[in-house]
Design a protein around this ligand. Structure first.
Ligand code: N7H
Length: 452
């Protein structure tokens, strides 16, 4: 296996005779620099696919059908692109490594560190642990390298938007005197993320799964020059934007209305007319907002962050206080990282992607059918979500991640002057190229039942 290099993702398949096969997703936190960091920081996480647990002889039912069947089995229902009209015939258009035809994925090591040197050193250490007499007991299915974007784009994903602003806080762990640490942040039951805790404690999962969590991994390439071209072209056709704005500003507004935040991260619900960097950088204010369930004038119902966390839109479905909140039970902890190089001048000029880049999406949830898989199928891909009092309004697809099998998508609310107008979305700019569902166990379980 080659050592990882900055901004050069490697994907390789090494066939192994037996034992446990793995995908290694290797991340670096912080910018890559030629200088040696003052302090090396590195962290490792390990998670197992169902087939990996089986290979270890741990066959307890974790009571999640999606985990049991694996992500490839879910690809048809997720509306991933592929060939075949029925679930049985369907073959997703995924990278070979994830198709598992010759080799099953048994688990994943996630390594995060301050530099590629630190990460590579940890990777070698792990390989050594699994090597005896020159023979390794693990085989690499793929090694994936993610990286924080350089310079002023640090923390931004490849379309240019600041990421990692909204994360739920966990009751009993993050709360301050029973309240969320930051204004507007959701404070959720521990059992939404962890097995055997809070509301999950009653589900009857095996004792060793307590404090573990399902990890959903997705490789999501992004067509950045094509996305930028769409914003410019489509914004030019929206009359209220076009009348008094220069094309790049109009494109920025359309993009912000599709995401629900400006590129800085400022929420459009609070700053509807122009970006506000001070607001974006202020954790006391950048999540302090709720949507108006009757209107999409300020933020479209389909905007990515509204689809994924419809703050207040589902209040009419709330039960008594001790019932699980209709939004909170679907919140996830996101831990993704961008991959691939910056857009080149050639790509900008031709408005065409030449080099693969995107997001390695990672989310943690106690139940896949409440977390990632639910969000993708029932909210992002569901044109009727959120449910509205006025049936004549159709929110449409989440313009960022919504998927249609035929790739024909539209959203309403893009035009603040005519919110019922439907905006055709020329294509899907986020693609799905593979993934797997894993279980990330507690340290206690790793040292106990999973060590045999
Ligand atoms: Fe999303 N993007 O750049 O547009 N996401 N996301 N996501 N996402 C968020 O609030 C993005 C993806 C969620 O609590 C922000 O941290 C891109 C998947 C959730 O208000 C931005 C991709 C799923 C939230 C993006 C992608 C989600 C969220 C705002 C794929 C789940 C929090 C920054 C390439 C199925 C919502 C922030 C809240 C926020 C983008 C994928 C879910 C900018 C480009 C697959 C729950």
């Amino acid at each position: 296996m080659k050592p990882l290099k900055p901004r050069e993702p490697t994907l390789q398949k090494i066939s192994g005779k037996n034992a446990v096969n793995g995908v290694k997703a290797t991340n670096t936190l912080g910018e890559i620099t030629e200088d040696k960091p003052l302090l090396s920081v590195v962290g490792v996480n390990v998670a197992f696919a169902k087939k990996g647990l089986d290979a270890l002889g741990v066959t307890d039912d974790l009571l999640d059908p999606l985990f049991k069947a694996g992500q490839k089995d879910d690809a048809f229902a997720l509306n991933d692109k592929g060939v075949g009209a029925t679930k049985e015939e369907f073959k997703p258009d995924w990278d070979e490594a994830f198709l598992q035809e010759n080799q099953e994925i048994h688990g994943v090591f996630l390594i995060a560190g301050d530099s590629f040197d630190t990460v590579n050193a940890k990777l070698d250490e792990i390989k050594n642990i699994f090597t005896a007499d020159g023979t390794s007991s693990i085989a690499d299915v793929a090694t994936l390298a993610g990286d924080v974007r350089p310079g002023e784009n640090k923390g931004h994903e490849h379309f240019g938007y600041m990421d990692g602003i909204s994360q739920p806080a966990l009751k009993g762990v993050d709360d301050v005197n029973g309240k969320q640490p930051l204004p507007g942040q959701s404070l959720i039951d521990l059992g939404v993320v962890l097995h055997g805790r809070g509301k999950d404690a009653i589900t009857g999962r095996p004792e060793w799964s307590k404090d573990g969590s399902f990890l959903a991994f997705r490789k999501l390439p992004q067509l950045v020059p094509e996305f930028d071209k769409f914003l410019l072209d489509a914004a030019g056709n929206i009359k209220s934007f076009d009348d008094f704005l220069d094309p790049p500003t109009a494109a920025d507004i359309l993009g912000a209305r599709m995401v629900g935040r400006w590129k800085s991260g400022a929420p459009i619900r609070v700053a509807p007319l122009e970006d506000d960097v001070a607001l974006a950088n202020d954790p006391q204010r950048n999540n302090k907002f709720r949507f108006n369930p009757e209107s999409q004038e300020i933020c479209p119902f389909a905007a990515h962050i509204r689809k994924m966390n419809p703050r207040k839109d589902l209040d009419k479905f709330k039960g008594p206080p001790d019932f699980v909140d209709p939004v909170d039970e679907h919140l996830i902890m996101r831990r993704g990282i961008p991959f691939g190089p910056e857009v080149t001048t050639e790509e900008k000029l031709t408005k065409t992607t030449k080099y693969e880049r995107g997001l390695y999406f990672v989310s943690y949830q106690a139940d896949l059918s409440n977390g990632f898989s639910f969000l993708q199928k029932s909210w992002a891909n569901n044109t009727a979500f959120p449910p509205l009092n006025d049936p004549s309004v159709v929110p449409g697809f989440d313009p960022i991640i919504g998927q249609a099998l035929d790739e024909v998508r539209a959203m309403s609310g893009a035009n603040d002057d005519a919110t019922n107008d439907s905006l055709p979305l020329s294509r899907q700019w986020v693609q799905s190229k593979g993934g797997e569902y894993f279980f990330s166990p507690s340290i206690k379980a790793l040292g106990g039942v999973l060590s045999g």
